[in-house]
Write a new protein. Sequence first.
Lengths: 111, 111
Amino acid sequence: DAGITQSPRHKVTETGTPVTLRCHQTENHRYMYWYRQDPGHGLRLIHYSYGVKDTDKGEVSDGYSVSRSKTEDFLLTLESATSSQTSVYFCAISGDYNEQFFGPGTRLTVL
Amino acid sequence: RKEVEQDPGPFNVPEGATVAFNCTYSNSASQSFFWYRQDCRKEPKLLMSVYSSGNEDGRFTAQLNRASQYISLLIRDSKLSDSATYLCVVKGGGGSYIPTFGRGTSLIVHP
């Protein structure tokens, strides 16, 4: 299995609080991605990174920010969590034309 | 028109059956194609890449038809353990390395 971990694996938080999810890889892959998955919507791209300090928005980026200060770490921050951000969040890594590998996911509940 | 389209199913088949899924894509410049499998509440995992000449891995066969812009997945001798959601992924084209996911096709194999 590709070396990719996510933390925390589960989190319950309250509306309005900041939340940071971490993705860590040991594969030295250039690309890292954050997705959310909700019933009826499939996987939706939030943000992605194509190198250290190089990030771009995906299709559902509102309310989320990201940072990548090291090749191996990609952080997703919800500045002020809302109930609509309750979801399963997956991190993924890849090379240029290669397949993606996914982390185990983080289940976030915003009350 | 969605960039990558799949029939959501579910496909309900008995053990031992042969089942096929198709996935259409809109970007004719797409360069890489994959099938992923996702079990309930788990991360997507790579099932197989799809090559221009077609490729086989055990009971699974993948085909690419560039002229008609679709890829297919054939599963022979279905097992109960094949029950999952199968995601089609298309990558590349127009200078983008960002993959596009279909919403998935649900397969249920029953005894």
